[in-house]
Design a protein. Structure first.
Length: 219
């Protein structure tokens, strides 16, 4: 899924229900940073389907969480359960699909969240018309705590294409490691243009970066 100058990798899994078990479901979720929990907002059986999906996932040691802040012992933004090291907790955004079929989709969505006692952040969307889909990329970028860093080789013109995607709090050394592991080892200093410092500032490997920074690495 393209958003501005980066892409999110979305993995479309089969519907989760007791009637159609997917043996490899938990393994597929192991590498996920988050879950987009898609429900059909216009389906009268939506509430029962949500409860059934939660039951299937719990049996597979997967918990969907409304909390998106980073937690201890995390894989990306997905956290390992404190009481069960093999249990996976995924921050979840609920996508209420088929909102175009309803006269008041936002009201219907609020009712679903209240009746089902769901605390997930949620968006009303439509795969058929595109309603609300444009908001997903920006929402994920902000709540996954991502930032984009551009590199500028010495002696080359500045271009803002194909950024490296990092997490908030990561450093110049992390960028060097993404470029090449040997560069991280031999890095002497970097120059940074952007919000994390003044333009052209000389910084060390532990300098924390901000979204949109341009980095020139010197080894």
């Amino acid at each position: 899924m393209a958003w501005e100058d980066i892409h999110f990798q979305l993995v479309d899994l089969p519907a989760v229900s007791p009637e159609h078990p997917v043996p490899w479901l938990a393994n597929a979720l192991e590498t996920a940073d988050a879950c987009l929990f898609v429900v059909a907002l216009d389906d009268p059986a939506c509430l029962e389907q949500v409860e059934a999906a939660h039951g299937v996932l719990r049996d597979k040691r997967v918990d969907l969480s409304h909390r998106w802040e980073p937690e201890a012992e995390s894989r990306g933004n997905a956290a390992v359960g404190e009481d069960d090291p093999f249990r996976l907790r995924l921050p979840t955004l609920l996508l209420a699909n088929k909102a175009d079929r309803l006269a008041h989709p936002e009201a219907e969505l609020r009712a679903l969240l209240e009746v089902a006692d769901l605390r997930y952040p949620a968006l009303a969307v439509s795969a058929a018309t595109g309603l609300g889909l444009g908001a997903i990329g920006a929402w994920l970028f902000g709540h996954l705590g991502l930032l984009r860093v551009y590199t500028k080789p010495p002696g080359h013109l500045t271009t803002r294409e194909r950024p490296f995607v990092l997490r908030r709090g990561q450093t110049v050394e992390d960028v060097a490691r993404l470029v090449h592991k040997d560069l991280a080892r031999t890095l002497k200093y970097a120059r940074v243009w952007g919000r994390s410092g003044f333009d052209g500032q000389h910084v060390g490997r532990e300098h924390r970066l901000a979204d949109g920074d341009m980095v020139q690495l010197h080894a």
